[in-house]
Design a protein around this ligand. Structure first.
Ligand SMILES: [Fe+2]
Ligand SMILES: [Fe+2]
Length: 282
């Protein structure tokens, strides 16, 4: 199915060049008192320099088939934003690697091989549906993270990195959806391949989290041991169930479109703030 009307982002997609710094002696427990959430953020950050270049390669292939100037502009801005994202995450990841955790390298190597294989051997339709699976998940996650009460203390540079990234994910939330629809389309295929994508990414993040928990038992002990972990999981569950899950489940409905998700005034203020903090914007 090819739609040429009502496509394209209504939100400006601003490419900002940022410059985040992370200390060489960074404590991997970047969310104070919460190693498992810290490691989840680290898992996501380690995923991105493999995943986002794959998204860019996919978009480059798709561009050859796009026949709509607004969509081409969106696609180029999407890729430019993703290119900035993974470069900044690499800085954070390099600081984390200085703290040890030698097995992370083999987890990353296997992930990197997966993405190279997908680009080489899977159809453009699969790769675009994978991209939208990631984008739908990050859109739901970004909306949840901005709504969430901020009683947890996160290292400021890490908090800023993720806020900037999540904001830009919301700015370009319609692009992968529109490009998939324009180039190949198909609801069921998008959902099935998108679910696979979400499983594939979550598996990597889960492996990183598990490994880091096992590799540094002292960090867990400092934060209440296994009982502390259970208590934090219990405390987080109602919020995840009530505020995150409905947002994610909606993305699986046939009626879902990221065009219906508003970009509220607070997000616009944040966008202005990050544009002002950027080295350059375009
Ligand atoms: Fe991104
Ligand atoms: Fe994205």
């Amino acid at each position: 199915m090819t739609r040429t009307q009502d496509v394209g982002s209504s939100q400006p997609i601003v490419v900002r060049q940022m410059d985040f710094d992370f200390p060489d002696d960074i404590d991997p427990v970047v969310v104070a008192g919460n190693p498992e959430e810290s490691y989840l953020l680290i898992g996501l950050s380690l995923l991105l320099p493999h995943l986002e270049p794959y998204l860019i390669r996919t978009m480059k292939e798709a561009k050859k088939l796009v026949r709509n100037e607004k969509l081409i502009d969106d696609l180029e801005r999407f890729s430019a934003q993703e290119g900035q994202h993974y470069r900044q995450h690499m800085r954070f990841n390099d600081a984390i690697r200085l703290q040890g955790f030698p097995e992370l390298a083999s987890l990353e190597k296997s992930l990197s091989e997966d993405y190279k294989r997908f680009s080489k051997t899977r159809s453009l339709r699969f790769n675009l549906a994978y991209a939208e699976g990631f984008e739908a998940l990050t859109t739901a996650s970004a909306r949840f993270s901005f709504e969430r009460p901020t009683d947890q203390e996160t290292l400021p540079a890490v908090s800023e990195l993720f806020s900037w990234h999540m904001l830009e994910e919301l700015e370009h939330r319609t692009v992968a959806f529109d490009i998939y629809d324009h180039v190949c389309g198909g609801y069921f295929y998008r959902i099935v391949a998108g679910l696979y994508a979400q499983w594939h990414m979550s598996r990597f993040i889960g492996r990183v989290r598990k490994y880091m928990i096992e590799a540094d038992p002292a960090a867990i002990e400092r934060c209440g041991g296994k009982e502390g972990m259970r208590a934090r999981r219990r405390a987080a569950s109602p919020e995840l169930r009530k505020k995150f899950l409905p947002k994610l489940l909606k993305t699986y409905l046939p009626s879902y479109t990221p065009h219906d998700i508003p970009f509220e005034a607070e997000l616009q203020e944040m966008a202005t703030r990050y544009s002002a903090a950027a080295h350059s914007t375009r």
